[in-house]
Design a protein around this ligand. Structure first.
Ligand code: BV8
Length: 258
């Protein structure tokens, strides 16, 4: 019932918006941020190699504590260790049926605007063109001196110098907590939100802003909110279509009906 309703809403929508979170990459084997196997807990076991001091430091921190300019300022080696571990992990995985299904849905619905909170690059890798990577991409680095941004899939540490200016150190080209999202991406999304009549939100706990506010805005304007999640993130609202399922199962079914 909900799958059919979701497909019908998306087919009829004039200005649909798609938003994904870490849950859409869970079936690729990438831990989510806040799930029980959480991105952070996995890291502690794997990356510290049992070195107690590091493990103790990490035990007191969460992803929200590491993905910040302050953490990078305080201990760039620790933050790079976390990102290098995630880059290695993601490089061993691949997009799953959910990524391919939203690519196919976007081909069927040319007006679908797609945004993701994820930094794994899996939507683009699956062929979804023009996806807005709101929080950046873990495989890009940005120079702290000349601001050069480029793809950089290797291991980085605080001593790695920018190849453009050969002077300054690098940071991951992602948006940390407390940092502004790319203005051009935000502008495109807010423009769509002004007219959006249906948003489909897949695999996000809705705990990070401004992304968490998008569905609220669509509801406020009496648009449809379709949510696909394995957990119940909140009480569904009247207009909502809530599909409690894995993204890799629900999205291909919706795609088949569009
Ligand atoms: C900003 C990149 C302003 C780094 C990330 C109100 C308005 C504006 C800001 C704020 C606000 N309130 C608070 C803030 C500050 C802050 C914030 O939101 N804090 C939170 C903790 C309360 N926001 C910010 O700082 C943002 N910046 O607004 O700037 C500004 C303006 C001008 C000048 C200066 C500043 C920046 C936020 C970006 C942070 N960066 N990532 C990195 O990845 O290393 S966020 C990080 O969390 C990831 O991007 C991740 O995607 C994102 C959200 O998490 P989820 O994707 O939802 O993942 P989670 O694990 O939580 O949930 C997974 C879900 O999937 C679960 O529900 C699970 O049930 C489900 N699931 C699991 N498996 C499946 C599944 N579902 C379906 N199928 C499955 N198989």
């Amino acid at each position: 019932m909900s799958i059919e309703k979701a497909a019908q809403i998306l087919k009829r929508a004039r200005y649909p918006l798609f938003l994904s979170g870490a849950g859409i990459s869970a079936e690729s084997g990438i831990p989510t941020f806040r799930g029980k196997e959480g991105l952070w807990r996995e890291h502690r076991a794997e990356a510290t190699g049992g070195r107690e001091s590091r493990a103790a430091t990490m035990a007191s921190m969460r992803a929200e504590d590491l993905a910040t300019p302050e953490a990078f300022q305080r201990d760039p080696a620790l933050v790079w260790q976390w990102y290098n571990w995630r880059k290695r992990l993601i490089s061993e995985k691949k997009p799953n049926p959910a990524h391919f299904a939203i690519r196919d849905i976007a081909h069927k619905l040319p007006n679908l605007l797609c945004a993701t909170q994820n930094v794994d690059g899996f939507h683009a890798l699956a062929g979804l063109e023009g996806v807005l990577e709101m929080h950046g991409n873990i495989f890009r680095t940005r120079c702290l001196g000349c601001s050069d941004v480029r793809e950089n899939r290797g291991e980085i540490d605080p001593e790695t110098l920018c190849v453009a200016c050969n002077q300054a150190a690098l940071r991951p080209d992602v948006v940390w907590f407390g940092e502004a999202l790319p203005q051009n991406i935000l502008h495109t999304i807010y423009e769509r939100l002004h007219v959006c009549d249906a948003i489909i939100v897949v695999g996000t706990s809705g705990s990070v802003y401004p992304a968490a506010g998008f569905a609220v805005e669509v509801r406020r304007r009496e648009g449809y909110v379709i949510e696909i999640n394995i957990d119940e993130t909140h009480r569904p609202y009247a207009n909502d279509v809530y599909i409690r399922a894995k993204a890799g199962e629900a999205l291909p079914q919706i795609c088949a009906l569009i």
